[in-house]
Structures are given as C-alpha cells and as structure tokens.
Design a protein around this ligand. Structure first.
Ligand code: PMP
Length: 389
C-alpha cells in the first residue's frame, strides 16, 4: 500500500526551544540539577531502581507535606489530577460537598465535584478575600457535607489562605478536609497531620521545581476509610487510590502494574525534592517571603498597587498587581516576552483583565530574578502607556 500523506516538513527542522525566564504563576524554571536528571536513561516502571526512586519521592513528599500518611505518592498528571483524584475517590453520587470559592480553583473544584455526582454547596467570598473558621462552622452545620475543599494558595488572585483550625471543625463534624497546595507547597508551611488535612495535593512544576506532569497527593486514614466504605466503585480507574497506593507500595503488599509512570518525570521530581530537603523547609519559606517583600517594595516604587490589601493574606509565590486602567496589560506581557523572554502573566478567571501576576517559585525565587522582573515590568509599562491599541 502507498503512503498517501507526505512526511511533515516541520519535523525535519531542528527542535527549537527558547530560553525563557518564567516569572508567571507556573510552571517555573527547573534547576540545572533537575534538568540533568531528566536526561538520565529510561527505566521500566516496575524496575527495582525506578521503584527506589518512587520510594525516595514518597519520603520527600511526606516530609514536605509534614505527614506520616503511608498513602503519600505522586499521580501521573498535572495539578488538576490531584483535584480529580481527591473528588473522585471521596464522592459518591448524591453526597453533599462544601467548596470554598474565592477564585478559579474553588470554581474548578465545584465543576469537578458536580461531574462525580455531588450536590455542591458553595462558601463564597469575593476574589481577594479569605475564609474564617467561624464561617466554615456555620456552613458545615447547615449543609452537613462529606467534604470541605479549600485552596491554600489561590494563584488566580494571589491570596494566601491560613489553614489552621479548619481541620478540627471538619473532624468534629465528620467532614473530610481537602486542601489544594498546588501553588504554595514548599513556599509556606503545610502541616498536614497537625492541621488534620485529609487529602492534600500539589503540582510538581511550581515550588518543587520539577517539570509539570506529577501531582503529589496524600490521603489520611479517615479519607481512606471513606474510600473503603464506598457502595459504588471509584468512577475513574486512573485516579483509583487503592490501585495507585498499591503501585506506590503504600499498603505493604506486592506492587502490581497500574500504569506506566514516566521515569524521567520521577527523576526530575526526586531531584527537586532533594534540593528542597537540602535547603530545609524554614529556609525555603523565608526565601520566598523575602523575595516577595522585595517585589512588593519594587512594585510600590514603580507606583503600582497590590491587589490583595491585607498583607497577611498575600501569597508569596504569586503576586497580583492591580492593572492601571489607562494601560492594556496584554501589551506589558507581550513586550516583556518579545523583548526579554521574561514571562509576566495577566489575570485568570475572576481576576482576568484586573491584574498582572508575577510568580516567585522554587529555583526562580531569588533577589536577582526579582530585580530583573521589576526592571522589565517598569520598561514594559512605559511601552504600554504609549502603545494603547
Ligand atoms: N490549583 C492551583 C492553586 C493552581 O495554581 C493550579 C495551576 N495554576 C492548579 C490547581 C492546576 O494545576 P495544573 O495546571 O498543573 O493542572
């Protein structure tokens, strides 16, 4: 038989990947150590050496999540997979869930929960604002949900949500506490066991400094009990924590093939975690805070205003800057990228058109990058002032 389609010319050209400074809300640049690890030889997903790397990742994740949960692993997916897995394993059709919505991530969680058949109740705050334990308590008593979802680092609005106290209320009311730490893990404290978080998940591509593609997640024994008590099967095979937990060796039984995990992504995450462990969590938290403070000062000097007014509620990893009405901020992002290969992002979801977002995460969170992004921002603002169309 003849081949009727011609080979694509595009593939005969060399692969082109520019070097960019990723100062948006993620992914962030990976360190040379992480990038080098990604080029190591491919291993089979059941090979002993690959499994050793998985075990090391598990220990690293227990450390960064500050949990003794045996079921702590990384899902083969971007951060959304963590959200899917949390909802899919816990929700049975007809269950009531309570979602805190103050930005796009609560909206996403509600959408996902709906798809698994939940009756979704919303605890709402305007974008930029945070939730209190009292507000949760009232809603929990009113709706009696089986789970409560809260985002620690609301990257669409740049809001940091304090977590202590919420888990106690949840546990007292037989409600599982699910927390999104995709944009915050490693940059701010996450005390999973102490704060009685039942499912916590994150993403590999932000503070952990690895490429996108793995979603760290941890399940408490309470969360697992809800899974074991299900009357209906877990609706997605790929997210099934009983199968994933077996594959990651969390149950002390023989590992069985579940899917072909990317060994290259595992190497990258392993090295990202190793760097974080070497630095120490308190040092990393401080570095992110110091960088964010330097960024706030620079923004102030340029004459711009921060979107989150209460400084205790500012997320150090993603800073949101109010877009001045006289400027089209799309021009700012475009200029920064075209002229300097520096990423400065616009808003997302409820903040679209209202803010510019600057990310400071993991390997990229250093004073030199803060100064660079401030210089580029200032110049790009000048350009945008004079180029309105
Ligand atoms: N939650 C938060 C807080 C995020 O910042 C993101 C990514 N921006 C996600 C979830 C989704 O992660 P991903 O894009 O890796 O699927």
């Amino acid at each position: 038989m003849d081949i009727t389609l011609k080979p694509p010319n595009s593939l005969s050209r060399p692969l082109f990947v520019p070097k960019k400074l990723l100062m948006g809300p993620g992914p962030t640049n990976s360190s040379p150590r992480v990038l080098k690890a990604m080029g190591l030889p491919i291993l089979g997903h059941m090979h002993e050496e690959c499994i050793n790397v998985m075990d090391e990742i598990k220990e690293g994740l227990q450390f960064v999540f500050q949990t003794k949960n045996p079921v702590t692993l990384a899902i083969s997916s971007s951060g959304h997979g963590g959200m899917e897995a949390a909802m899919c394993n816990l929700i049975e059709p007809g269950d009531t869930v309570l979602i805190a919505v103050n930005g796009i991530w609560g909206e996403r969680a509600s959408d996902i929960a709906h798809r698994y058949g939940a009756k979704v109740e919303i605890l709402k705050k305007s974008p930029g604002k945070t939730f209190t334990v009292d507000e949760l308590e009232k809603s929990i008593i009113k709706y009696k949900p089986i789970l409560f979802f809260l985002t620690q680092g609301e990257s669409s609005t740049g809001v940091y949500q304090a977590l202590d106290g919420f888990g106690e209320i949840c546990r007292r009311n037989n409600c599982l506490f699910v927390v999104d730490t995709v944009a915050s893990l490693g940059a701010v404290p996450v005390f999973t066991d102490l704060w009685k978080i039942d499912i916590v998940y994150s993403g590999s591509q932000k503070v952990l400094g690895a490429p996108p593609g793995l979603a760290p997640i941890s399940f408490s024994s309470q969360a697992l009990n809800k899974v074991y008590a299900r009357k209906s099967p877990i609706s997605v095979f790929y997210w099934d924590i009983t199968k994933l937990g077996n594959y990651w060796g969390c149950f002390g039984e023989a590992r069985m093939y579940h899917h072909t995990i990317s060994c290259s992504l595992l190497y990258g995450l392993r090295e990202g975690l190793a760097e974080l462990v070497e630095e120490g969590l308190p040092n990393s938290w401080k570095r992110h805070k110091d960088c964010a403070n330097r960024l706030y000062e620079g923004i102030n000097k340029i004459g711009l205003k921060l979107y989150v007014e209460n400084e205790n509620c500012r997320l150090p990893t993603v800073t949101t800057i109010r877009s001045p009405p006289e400027i089209n901020t799309k021009h700012v992002s475009k200029y920064a990228m075209e002229r300097y290969n520096v990423e400065i992002s616009g808003g997302l979801g409820p903040s679209a058109g209202l803010v510019m977002r600057i990310g400071l995460m993991g390997y990229n969170a250093n004073f030199s990058n803060v100064d660079t992004v401030l210089d580029v921002l200032q110049e790009a603002m000048e350009y945008a002032k004079h180029n309105k169309s």
